[in-house]
Design a protein around this ligand. Structure first.
Ligand SMILES: Cc1cc2nc3c(=O)[nH]c(=O)nc-3n(C[C@H](O)[C@H](O)[C@H](O)COP(=O)(O)O)c2cc1C
Length: 186
């Protein structure tokens, strides 16, 4: 079985849910997938047994998390030797239109530039408004932003905008690419 690492950075849990979904999707196709939260202590050491790495996480205040950046930098040498698929989760990606798409792309590219990561495949995914996870101030702030940008404003519930078909497709196409590269190298 081809082993794939699915490493994620999350603050309110949506990127974790996406990573778990991707891991399940590739497992269902016969690959081996292992999950890793990049903010955990164990993420400091990675056993380089994986044939490919899906790495991703969310944007807060215009940037991906410091933990995700740290992971990409710390393991940069190894990540240059395996195919990497990178996914970026944001609310910008929930919005239609070229301007939002460009902005989401810019944040992803900024992460790649800052870390030197060179993924073979990238994916922009819409995240979620998880009012149930926010404290008072964050809830108030996110509701204001949502009102301005056309998102959900009922703070008694959460809103999920992730396109699960896109997430599955990204993970499966990446896994097949890893398999192809392996076969080619053999
Ligand atoms: C405090 C806060 C700041 C955020 N800042 C941005 C932002 O600058 N741009 C954006 O597109 N989304 C932003 N988001 C939306 C998150 O990317 C989105 O909620 C995502 O689903 C979070 O994923 P996570 O649960 O894995 O952390 C922000 C969310 C919060 C709560």
């Amino acid at each position: 079985m081809i082993p794939i690492l699915v490493a994620y950075g999350t603050t309110e849990g949506q990127s974790q849910k996406i990573a778990e979904f991707m891991a399940e999707a590739v497992r269902a196709e016969g690959y081996r997938a292992e999950l890793m939260d990049v903010s955990r202590e164990q993420a400091a050491i990675v056993n380089p047994v994986y044939a490919g790495v899906i790495l991703g996480g969310s944007v807060h205040a215009g940037r991906h998390s410091p933990a995700l950046e740290r992971f990409a930098r710390r393991h940069g040498d190894w990540l240059k030797t395996v195919p990497v698929g990178f996914f970026s989760v944001s609310l910008t990606s929930a919005h239609e239109g070229d301007t939002s798409r460009r902005e989401a792309r810019r944040m992803l590219d900024d992460f790649l530039k800052r870390t030197g990561l060179e993924p073979v495949r990238t994916c922009l995914l819409a995240g979620a408004l998880r009012y149930s996870r926010y404290g008072l101030l964050k809830r108030w702030m996110m509701r204001r932003i949502a009102r301005k940008e056309g998102g959900g404003t009922d703070t008694s519930r959460d809103y999920e905008y992730t396109d699960w078909d896109d997430a599955r497709l990204f993970a499966l196409e990446f896994a097949r690419e890893v398999e192809g590269a392996r076969r080619h190298a053999a």
